[in-house]
Design a protein around this ligand. Structure first.
Ligand code: SF4
Ligand code: SF4
Length: 135
């Protein structure tokens, strides 16, 4: 899901690949690198008929969801960072992107719900917007 801190972007520092396999952040122990999965992007709330139709088209795909937190809308695309190894360690920890460096516990998805509303289907978007489904 990543990604400001309140947006739970999908990236974080994890731990070093080399040397003792220790977590860089104790608070990350026991977490399967949730923030390194599922790309999150800010989007604007759809207001026009075309905007809504476009977002409904995206939500037809089972890899796409939309969530709202603090009245801000985001798109999540399911996936996994290519630099995450099979044990959920970051393999580029020392040169991970800024977004990863800025994402830290406890302000992250491992510590409670990160959204106010989750929308997974076109029908749920219609329902949230108070619209009748097309058809
Ligand atoms: S605890 Fe939070 S910051 Fe740490 S790896 Fe898990 S989701 Fe990422
Ligand atoms: S670069 Fe590293 S810290 Fe950033 S998302 Fe990928 S695995 Fe996670």
């Amino acid at each position: 899901m990543s990604k400001t801190k309140t947006h739970r972007t999908n990236v974080t520092g994890r731990k070093r690949k080399t040397g003792p396999r220790q977590r860089m952040l104790d608070a990350c122990n026991g977490c399967p690198a949730k923030c390194c999965h599922d790309l999150v992007m800010h989007i604007t709330k759809p207001r026009t008929r075309d905007d809504i139709d476009e977002l409904k088209w995206e939500l037809q795909y089972d890899t796409v969801r939309v969530f709202i937190v603090n009245y801000r809308w985001h798109r999540i695309i399911a996936g996994r960072c290519m630099y995450l190894d099979e044990d959920n360690f970051c393999t580029i920890y020392d040169r991970r992107p800024k977004r990863c460096r800025e994402h830290n516990p406890p302000d992250c998805e491992h510590y409670g719900e990160f959204y106010d509303v989750m929308i997974s289907t076109p029908e749920e978007l219609d329902e949230h917007l108070g619209r009748k489904p097309a058809g």
